[in-house]
Design a protein around this ligand. Structure first.
Ligand SMILES: C[S@@+](CC[C@H](N)C(=O)[O-])C[C@H]1O[C@@H](n2cnc3c(N)ncnc32)[C@H](O)[C@@H]1O
Length: 243
């Protein structure tokens, strides 16, 4: 009788897969508490609401197609974008967060997924919002995240990033309550997004308020060049894919 074919043991998960799984587990375990704490947080921040309103105006003024919030957590920012007149949906790594978002906003669409490998077609969305969700990406992973944002965004699409600013320090890991996170110099993040093809439209820096970590809050509003934009034309390969 022939020996059965030797079977090799399953290969261990890659470091990126292990990191994403740890982040999902961490947010799963705090999802209910996070939802409670974050529910009315925007009410305390007129500057953030003003920026989100400006973002919505830019997106509506362009070709107002779907807008995805990546790392949407309990969906409060996705719902806020919907209230601003956008066709918004959310994606998050944490199934528990997505469950809460679906239950809280049954009229909105929420999917489980990772922002570094989205189940979205090229050019499928007109805007991407990542509100405190790229903060968990190790700096070396961020270019791949930005490339994925660019892949799913239509030409002329908008990007809004919210993050903790590093106030003169280089990219710095800090002891986030849920899982490892990084503070970024706003110029460095803008530069990386620029290398990924985004053009800056504006930025804000907000000081922390009582009860927040002692870090400034950075926001970057960016855009991909549209077809026909002078000087900023994107490059496409022979198959029409963006290079
Ligand atoms: C600080 S919470 C912010 C949630 C939401 N944007 C808000 O402001 O309420 C960060 C969220 O990003 C999600 N997240 C982290 N890494 C992610 C990834 N690679 N893909 C999708 N979601 C991710 C986490 O699961 C978590 O829900």
């Amino acid at each position: 009788m022939n020996e059965p074919f030797p079977t090799s043991p399953p290969s261990p998960p890659s470091p990126v897969a292990s990191r994403l799984s740890a982040t999902a587990d961490a947010y799963d375990s705090v999802a209910a508490l996070y939802t409670e704490l974050a529910r009315n947080e925007l009410d305390a921040h007129p500057l953030d609401r003003a920026l989100l309103a400006a973002f919505a105006e830019y997106v509506r003024g362009a070709d107002a197609g779907p807008v995805v919030e990546l790392g949407c957590g309990p969906g409060r920012i996705t719902a806020h974008l919907r209230d601003l007149g956008l066709d918004a949906f959310g994606v998050d790594l944490s199934p528990v967060m997505v469950g809460i978002a679906r239950e809280t906003y049954p009229d909105l669409r929420f999917e489980v997924g990772s922002m570094d490998a989205l189940d979205l077609a090229e050019d499928e969305v007109n805007a991407v919002v990542a509100w405190y969700s790229v903060i968990h990406a190790p700096p070396e992973d961020l270019p791949a995240y930005l490339a994925e944002f660019r892949r799913v965004l239509a030409p002329g699409g908008h990007l809004l990033l919210a993050f903790f600013e590093s106030s003169g320090d280089p990219v710095t890991e800090f002891d986030h309550k849920v899982v490892t996170a990084y503070r970024w110099p706003i110029d460095r993040l803008a530069e990386l997004a620029g290398e990924a093809g985004f053009v800056e439209l504006g930025r804000t820096l907000r000081e922390p308020v009582e009860g927040e970590r002692p870090f400034r809050h950075g926001r970057l509003l960016m855009r991909l060049p549209a077809h026909g934009d002078g000087g900023g034309d994107e490059v496409r390969d022979g198959d029409g894919r963006r290079e």
